[in-house]
Design a protein around this ligand. Sequence first.
Ligand code: ZN
Length: 205
Amino acid sequence: MTDRPGKIVCVGRNYSEHAKELGNDVPKEPLLFLKPPSSVVWEGEAIVLPAQSKQVEFEGEIGIVIGARLSHVDAASARGAIRGVCALNDVTARDLQKSDGQWTRAKGFDTFCAIGPESPAPADLGTLVVLTRVNGVERQHGAASDMVFSIPELLSYISGIMTLEPGDVVATGTPAGVGKLVAGDVVEVEIPGFSKVRNPVTNTV
Ligand code: ZN
């Protein structure tokens, strides 16, 4: 994948340990938000800390790349339409997320969505693992098998709201361990065996 996705649909609080660490309950239905395509950066490109935030955090996630048009489909059909998986960093201005209520600004800055190379998905999505390292130190370690809503369930749910189209990316939520990024850091999200995205962090110039 080298073209920007048409849309990036993200899922909040899909791992109970992460919901807990931010003082939230696990939602009864998937909690959705969008990141703009303009937020995408690829392997090696800088994540730029915006002047408006004092608390920019990493969120390592399993990204799912859609391979077919999906509208009002069940989980089994959604599973069949997955084209690939990619490491994804849902970079978040945590202070603005709290103060704004709406998440568009906190999640939508330029460079706030790092996406790694796409690989074909494994037969068993439950085997996927996601790791985040900052300056080589592991900070997050999550498994798809620990998700509140499974990947096919998420895609089915989203497809009942908005049509998913080929090339769209779904970010499936972050496990516990989120933390602050500062200029000079190098942050890496890896789905071992499938995808990795590594990005330096810089201040606005
Ligand atoms: Zn996220």
